[in-house]
Write a protein that binds this ligand. Structure first.
Ligand code: SAH
Ligand code: SF4
Ligand code: F3S
Length: 463
């Protein structure tokens, strides 16, 4: 492109996958001669990367889009586009509603956005592309930083589970795993560039490898390969499905020194009847059994979960089963959502019969129970020594550092800024509901013998 490059701002809603896709697209745009900006008010092009998982997520985007009406009509050159899950779901309907939209591009075609923008900017009219399931390759993924030393790495796209409430399989398409060699190469490149922790992403990450052949197939095999990458310190993977938590995956977490003892395994409900209606493929007893197996194999493990309240037909007794499960498992963290009917899904055919006040009240009760667990868990950790990966200056107190434990707890502690990106041992001195506080005791030897010796023994480093 000649002249000053047009500036593009991408505004991202939704999950980690969307954040990663936005980053991939930024890379493509930069390669194609666009300039990137975070300033939507001054950008020549504004793209919304959108989420459809709950109605609220969509409503927020719709109101943002509406607010561009005057600007779009006044500034002839201004380009407004929608990409991501909502674009995939609504396609041309978005243009019908917002006549000033220039581009609607779904989850499979988003890497063609630079090409489409050139077309639109040449005055050739709006574009809608929601075709091409399974088309996106992982090949050009540069990996997304979530901090200077941590990065997301996509290992699969799509989902085949069709939980009865969930829009994801419709907007993200069929499950496709990325070949292990490609994942390893990306992690190697990230590590060479200073990344110390990778978070492997998939909607159903512990079923990784389905459809790929070869002896390394499976998440356990992938973890073993990534564990060998030089310079890397930590590996996490999200999100796991309870039904696919195999002994091989648990064994990999237990045995591979860099794989953190942290599992995000949404339970959704503690009631067998609700789980059946949700099409989750397990019972509450299966879930509890999975937790027991994980804790036996991996004594230091912590679990995070998702729960949904107010699913069609959820009775008080069914809700109580969920509350009991949340309390019994004592999750390290719980993400709690009010059920929201999604068009196309099976549950959308059933009456959304739990009144909003009841959903809100159940939501509050789960949150309160989780908060109680948070406070007790963190208070009980005071006095312990934990391994942290130092992120950098703390946002709440820039004179201090912040980092995460292997179990993904946030710790704020005293120490020198130059330690960012290294592992250290922190003695915990205090806690609040959400944060741990401490003093850095020693920085772990980074490239010397200690870490290597632990690696060879295949254990250690556990806090
Ligand atoms: N693939 C992941 C997460 C998908 S979406 C998994 O299966 O665990 C993230 C969370 O949003 C889900 O775990 C679920 O708790 C919630 N969610 C999905 N669909 C929803 C809906 N229709 N209403 C409310 N919450 C929903
Ligand atoms: Fe949705 Fe279920 Fe797939 Fe998760 S596993 S993305 S909840 S269909
Ligand atoms: Fe993620 Fe929302 Fe799409 S949760 S996959 S951005 S529907």
């Amino acid at each position: 492109m000649s002249g000053t490059p047009p500036t593009v701002c991408i505004v991202t809603f939704g999950c980690q996958m969307n954040k990663l896709d936005s980053q991939l697209l930024r890379g493509e745009l930069a390669r194609s001669g666009f300039a990137l900006t975070d300033d939507a008010a001054r950008a020549d092009v504004v793209l919304y990367n959108t989420c459809s998982v709950r109605r609220h997520a969509e409503d927020r985007v719709l109101s943002h889009l509406g607010s561009y009406r005057r600007r779009a009509l006044r500034e002839g050159r201004f380009v407004l586009g929608v990409i991501g899950c909502m674009a995939q779901r609504l396609g041309p309907k978005l243009i019908e509603r917002f006549g000033f939209l220039d581009l609607v591009c779904g989850t499979h075609a988003f890497l063609r956005v630079p090409e489409y923008l050139r077309h639109v900017m040449a005055g050739q009219g709006p574009i809608v592309d929601v075709e091409g399931d399974g088309e996106v390759s992982f090949a050009r993924a540069p990996g997304m930083r979530v901090g200077p030393h941590r990065a997301y790495v996509s290992v699969m796209r799509g989902c085949d589970n069709f939980c009865s409430y969930c829009i994801v399989p419709y907007v993200r398409g069929r499950e496709v795993s990325r070949p292990p060699q490609e994942v390893v190469e990306e992690v190697e490149a990230l590590s060479a560039d200073g990344v110390r922790e990778v978070i492997l992403l998939g909607q159903n990450v512990n079923s990784y490898g389905r459809g790929l052949d070869g002896e390394d197939a499976g998440l356990a095999g992938l973890l073993a390969l990534v564990n060998e990458v030089e310079g890397l310190r930590r590996i996490r993977f999200v999100t796991s499905h309870p039904r696919d938590m195999s002994d091989a995956v648990l064994g990999a977490v237990a045995g591979l020194v860099r794989v953190c003892e942290y599992l995000h395994v949404p339970a959704q409900s503690g009631s067998d009847a609700v789980l059946r209606r949700m099409n989750r493929g397990y019972t509450a007893a299966d879930y509890r059994h999975m937790v027991r197996r994980a804790r036996e194999r991996i004594p230091a493990v912590e679990l995070a979960g998702d729960f949904m309240v107010g699913f069609p037909g959820e009775t008080d007794a069914e809700f109580d089963d969920t509350l009991r499960l949340l309390r019994d498992v004592r999750f390290q963290q719980s993400f709690i959502f009010k059920y929201s009917p999604r068009p196309q899904t099976r549950a959308a055919n059933w009456p959304d019969d739990v009144p909003d006040e009841v959903k809100r009240e159940r939501n509050q009760r789960l949150l309160a129970a989780q908060e109680e667990i948070d406070a007790e868990r963190r208070a009980a950790m005071v006095g312990r020594r934990v391994e942290v990966l130092v992120d950098g200056p703390s946002k709440s107190d820039p004179a201090k550092l912040s980092g995460r434990t292997r179990q993904n707890d946030i710790v704020v502690f005293t120490g020198d800024r130059s330690l960012a990106g290294t592992l250290g041992t922190v003695r915990l001195t205090d806690s609040t509901v959400l944060t741990l506080f401490g003093e850095l005791r020693q920085a772990t030897v980074q490239h010397g013998g200690t870490e290597l010796a632990r690696l060879r023994r295949g254990h250690g480093g556990r806090s």
